[in-house]
Design a protein around this ligand. Structure first.
Ligand code: GRF
Length: 213
């Protein structure tokens, strides 16, 4: 069982997927706290509905980014968090945060990294004309959307798909792969070797190539 804390800024559908998996007894994770930097984030109500303690730590109350990070780290430590889950958290982390939880911070990004880092990844992918898109769960390092990749999931983009459809299809993948990555961590199966995350133990069968045009 891993003690986790989630950081959110908004809707919190990934948080909901994690809460649902925990409630179903399919994720060996105790969510100890959910912290938002935005007071009205809808994800806060999702956590409260499941009895998970929440806190708002507004970044605007801090003159320096690392002072904000110190406050968030303190909140996570008070809650006994071992693993930090960024779930739609819209602040970049400073070294203060990374050093407090080395290889203990996960993020989910709505693209097949290293393609389409940064904001609006789904729109970037559509504009680029890719046929396959997807999502990535990775450990966080000092660069944005860059750390060692834990799990990826791919979806096809059909001609005529709009941004909303692509966003939704990728979200469905996100909701599968984030709980999976956490479960692998909880089982102690993730070994980081440089950029590569090696998953120990039984692996899924290799899927057929996903070909689309
Ligand atoms: C997701 O697309 C995630 O990949 C990105 O931010 C979005 C958060 O969505 N990092 P939600 O708040 O979990 O619905």
């Amino acid at each position: 069982m891993v003690a986790a804390g989630a950081l959110i800024s908004g809707t919190g559908t990934n948080l909901q997927a994690i809460l649902d998996r925990i409630a179903a007894g399919r994720l060996d994770c105790a969510l100890r706290v959910v912290i938002s930097n935005r007071a009205g984030a809808p994800g806060l109500a999702r956590a409260e509905a499941d009895g998970v303690p929440t806190r708002v730590i507004d970044h605007k109350g801090f003159a320096r980014r690392d002072d904000f990070d110190r406050a968030v780290v303190a909140g996570l430590r008070e809650a006994g968090v071992e693993l930090v889950l960024l779930a739609g958290f819209d602040r970049l982390l400073t070294a203060v945060f990374l050093e407090a939880f080395p290889l203990r911070i996960m993020n989910i990004h709505p693209a097949l990294l290293p393609a389409f880092k940064g904001l609006d990844a789904q729109r970037q992918a559509l504009a680029y004309g890719v046929k396959l898109a997807g999502a990535t769960v990775h450990f966080v390092d000092e660069h944005t959307d860059h750390g060692p990749i834990i799990v990826q999931g791919a979806v096809a983009i059909a001609p005529g798909d709009g941004e909303d459809e692509v966003r939704q299809r990728i979200l469905e993948v996100e909701h599968e792969i984030y709980p999976l990555a956490i479960q692998l961590f909880a089982e102690g199966r993730l070994a980081v070797e440089g950029r590569r995350v090696v998953v120990r133990g039984p692996r899924p069968p290799r899927p057929a190539p996903l070909v689309y045009w």
